[in-house]
Design a protein around this ligand. Structure first.
Ligand code: IDP
Ligand code: MG
Length: 153
C-alpha cells in the first residue's frame, strides 16, 4: 500500500481557537493515518528555518512572529496521495479564496491567520518532517485494522 507522508500543523491561532480536534478529525475521517503528533512552542529560529523559502517577503517578519507566538500541533499523516489531498483538505492559502467545506474555508478569514499548514510537495514534506520530528521523521509504524475498509488493495 502506498504510504506517502505529509507534515500538517495546527498553527497558534488554530490551537487558541480550539480547532485542533476538528482539524485532526477531518484527516481521520477521510481515512488518513496519524503516525506522529506533538505540541511545540517553536522558537523564532525554528520558524525561520521552516519558512526559509519565504524570507524576503513583506509579510515574513509578521509570519515568524505569529508562528512563534504560541504552541502549535505538529503532525505526520500517512496515506495514498496524502500530500496533495492534505492541501485540498486545508483549502487555499488565502481563506477568502478557500471553498466552504475546506478547513480554512470553514474556519478562517485572514491569510495571516489561516490556522493550519500542510506541505506542498513530497520533497518539502520530507524536509519539514525532518525539521520538526528529527529522527522520528518517518513516524510510528503500526497496523490499522480498518485499512482493508479504506483501501481496495
Ligand atoms: P501555504 O501555507 O498555503 O503553503 P505559503 O505561500 O507557503 O502558503 O505561505 C506560508 C504562510 O505565510 C501562509 O500559510 C500564511 O500564513 C502566510 N502568508 C502567505 N501570504 C501572506 C500574505 O500575503 N500576508 C500575510 N501572511 C501570508
Ligand atoms: Mg507553503
Amino acid at each position: 500500500m502506498a504510504s506517502e507522508l505529509t507534515f500538517i500543523m495546527v498553527k497558534p491561532d488554530g490551537v487558541q481557537r480550539g480547532l485542533t480536534g476538528e482539524i485532526i478529525s477531518r484527516f481521520e475521517r477521510r481515512g488518513f493515518k496519524l503516525v506522529n503528533l506533538k505540541m511545540v512552542h517553536a522558537s523564532k529560529e525554528h520558524i525561520e528555518k521552516h519558512y526559509e523559502d519565504l524570507a524576503g517577503k513583506p509579510f515574513y517578519p509578521g509570519l515568524v512572529k505569529y508562528m512563534s507566538s504560541g504552541p502549535v500541533v505538529a503532525m505526520c499523516w500517512a496515506g495514498k496521495d496524502v500530500v496533495k489531498q492534505g492541501r485540498i483538505l486545508l483549502g487555499a492559502t488565502n481563506p477568502l479564496a478557500s471553498s466552504p467545506g475546506t478547513i480554512r474555508g470553514d474556519y478562517a478569514i485572514d491569510v495571516g491567520r489561516n490556522i493550519c499548514h500542510g506541505s506542498d510537495a513530497v520533497e518539502s514534506a520530507k524536509k519539514e518532517l525532518e525539521l520538526w520530528f528529527g529522527q522520528e521523521a518517518a513516524g510510528i509504524q503500526y497496523e490499522r485494522a480498518i485499512d482493508q475498509w479504506v483501501y481496495e488493495n
